[in-house]
Design a protein around this ligand. Structure first.
Ligand code: FAD
Length: 633
């Protein structure tokens, strides 16, 4: 059933020959097609602008008031590309190899190679738009290193790379809005996907200001709606990030792939109290110059500055001499947890390790550090009240990114013809663990350089007419209206946030950084109870025809609860450890993830069925890379 549409031929020729073989839509016909793009973060804004530039009519939707508010704006550290400006041995093949290995051999070779190939075009495109990447004294673009690589290939704009890239994509989008080729619908939330004869033909939206629910027809639909890390309640994601668009499409037939593959980022500001609703990332770029350590003595209460070097355990440098502090995120996170579990944690909660800049400040001076990381240091100080120029940062792992998402083929099309998925919302390129600075690369590759080609292949076969009188438009709209009414009628006792926190605890304790058969089974029994509690005891104040953030959050939480259950089932099914998916039963003597290639070298793609989910498997074939045990020693 699952056809990944991977082209034949040598790896390095696949994308080139595929582009040639794709059907084209002639320029005069492009204007006869309307494409809906939901989401205007980096993936959606770049796709909408590029398709409008080609001549398609684009309807772009976002629940934000401006594309500039998308979660992409939070991206700090940088974006990878295989330019090899440093002359340090980088190449398209090396970026491809690092990404496949970083994902613990659970991604498609063909997709990842294409991503590495396109990475260089992205930098050219963004420079041409005026994105102010950091430069060397001589004017060349500057690079730094990220985890899982031994070359410097990360392009950056201080700690604001996402913001600057989004301004570039936004300018491209605004140009097309002014040309009337993109019509932007701010503060509109997609509530459902409309299919006709199994193909995506529109969406249902709710105007978040006045509550009006409408059906919107189109010839194709693109979802670029971001990741679902907020299923854990506490994460580094923007507060509004959610799974609703993807989940509702899933319920209409789009398979959900590898839902349990979650990335826990090692360097976040630790949780300080039960009242928190958000966690803050300290960019991985800081591990270029910061050194991670814990005191050698358990429960050491001394001020970190008074602990001498020989009483510190720089455990990443000790365990992984060749990658040191720049091991990938899954490895660094697990080791931090292990240190704290063994009693070496620091700070009030003892759930933290140090990230120390003393050496680099002594070596290069405070101004040098400020130039590179100034905004991150300021942010840390504002949140914790501590000055990281004078004492080490305290950090701990937190939920950050979701590698899972809706299943897509090589054309980025889901199992519903006409429905394309981009950016973090799809599962495509990162396997079981994403390397730092590669989400921006993937979102922009999808939006600027892949979808504009592949969507033509679908549209070239689509009729110019849409039957807007079709009953499915009315029926989907009615169903969404009924659901809103049902939510508002519950009038229970618990707030949405309270129930969301409960979900978060179930997820973090059982489906988080460390998972076991026993805990996963236990959690699977808890979801139906929580679902029942939600649908009988949630309290949503206000009404449907006004701005009602509690109503918005409630709809999203209902989807998160269902997703959480599927994540636990997926994690239970995968009897191996790989990347961010760590099953306690499957580890080496040195506590590293132990893969099982013989039985689990596949993408799990789940089909929605009312009572249960059905598992489909896409076997992964590795013809260019030899499967080995991942080692960063
Ligand atoms: C703090 C932080 C720092 C990061 N730093 C980096 C980095 O340095 N490098 C890197 O490569 N990656 C980084 N990442 C990851 C990266 O930022 C994201 O993966 C990426 O920006 C996602 O982009 P996107 O376009 O797929 O989705 P988003 O930017 O999340 O955009 C989603 C869009 O969908 C819209 N939307 C969602 N649901 C609906 C709905 N139902 N109806 C209507 N609209 C909807 C939203 O309004 C928004 O416009 C970071 C992530 C975090 C959390």
């Amino acid at each position: 059933m699952l056809n990944s549409q991977i082209p034949n031929g040598p790896l390095s020729d696949k994308w080139k020959s595929h582009k040639f073989n794709l059907n084209l839509v002639n320029p005069a016909n492009k204007r006869k097609y309307t494409v809906i793009v939901v989401g205007t973060g980096l993936a959606g804004a770049s796709a909408a602008a590029s398709m409008a530039e080609l001549g398609y009519n684009v309807l772009a939707f976002s629940y934000h008031e401006s594309p500039r508010r998308a979660h992409s704006i939070a991206a700090q550290g940088g974006i990878n590309a295989a330019k090899n400006y440093q002359n340090d041995g980088d190449s398209v093949y090396r970026l491809f190899y690092d990404t496949i290995k970083g994902g613990d051999y659970r991604a498609r070779e063909a997709n990842v190679y294409r991503l590495a190939e396109i990475s260089n075009n992205i930098i050219d495109q963004c420079v041409a738009q005026g994105v102010p990447f950091a430069r060397e004294y001589g004017g060349h673009l500057s690079n730094r290193s990220f985890g899982g690589a031994q070359v410097s290939r990360t392009f950056y704009a201080r700690g604001q790379t996402g913001q600057q890239l989004l301004l570039g994509a936004y300018s491209a989008l605004i140009r097309q809005m002014n040309n009337n080729k993109v019509k932007f619908f701010p503060r509109h939330e997609m509530l459902d996907l409309i299919t006709i004869d199994g193909e995506a033909k529109g969406i249902v939206t709710r105007n978040l200001i006045n509550g009006k629910i409408e059906s919107i027809p189109a010839h194709a639909v693109v979802l670029a709606t971001g990741g679902y890390g907020n299923v854990f309640y506490l994460s580094t994601n923007a507060m509004a990030s959610n799974v609703t668009a993807a989940w509702r499409a899933h319920k209409k037939g789009a398979f959900f792939a590898n839902p349990c593959f979650t990335q826990i980022h090692p360097t976040c500001i630790p949780v300080s109290s039960d009242h928190q609703s958000k966690l803050t990332l300290m960019s991985e770029s800081l591990r270029n110059d910061g050194r991670v350590w814990v005191p050698k003595k358990k429960n050491d209460e001394r001020n970190p500055n008074s602990i001498p070097d020989d009483e510190r355990d720089y455990y990443l440098e000790r365990l992984y001499p060749s990658f040191g502090n720049l091991v990938p995120r899954d490895v660094a996170s697990r080791r931090a947890k292990e240190m704290c579990d063994q009693g070496f944690g620091v700070g009030q909660t003892k759930l933290a390790v140090y990230l120390d800049f003393k050496d680099v400040i002594n070596r290069n001076g405070k101004d040098w550090v400020k130039e590179k990381y100034g905004n991150l240091f300021d942010m840390y100080k504002q949140i914790t009240g501590e000055n990281p120029y004078e004492q080490p940062m305290s950090i701990y792992p937190a939920v950050h990114y979701t590698m899972g998402g809706l299943w897509v083929d090589y054309n980025l099309m889901s199992t519903i013809p006409g429905l394309h998925i981009l950016g973090e919302a799809n599962f495509s390129d990162h396997g079981a663990n994403r390397l730092g600075a590669s989400a921006l690369m993937q979102g922009l590759a999808d939006g600027y350089f892949i979808l504009p080609y592949t969507i033509g292949n679908y549209l070239s076969k689509a009729s110019h007419d849409i039957d807007i009188e079709h009953n499915n438009f009315k029926q989907s709209k009615n169903e969404c209206e009924d659901k809103v009414k049902q939510l508002l009628s519950i009038k229970g006792k618990r707030t949405v946030d309270d129930l969301h926190k409960e979900l978060g605890k179930i997820m973090w304790n059982n489906v988080g950084m460390s998972r076991s058969k026993e805990n996963l089974k236990k959690s699977i029994d808890l979801f139906p109870e929580l679902k029942n509690e939600f649908w009988n005891n949630v309290n949503i104040p206000g009404s449907s025809n006004e701005l009602n953030p509690e109503l918005e959050k409630a709809g999203r939480l209902a989807d998160f609860i269902e997703l959480g259950e599927l994540m636990a089932k997926d994690a239970l099914n995968r009897n191996e450890s790989c990347g961010g998916h760590f099953r306690e039963e499957y580890q080496t003597d040195e506590n590293e993830a132990k893969r099982n290639d013989e039985d689990f070298k596949y993408v799990s793609a789940w089909e929605y069925k009312k009572e249960n989910h059905a598992l489909h498997k896409e076997e992964l074939n590795f013809e260019n890379v030899k499967l080995t045990t991942r080692s960063y020693k």
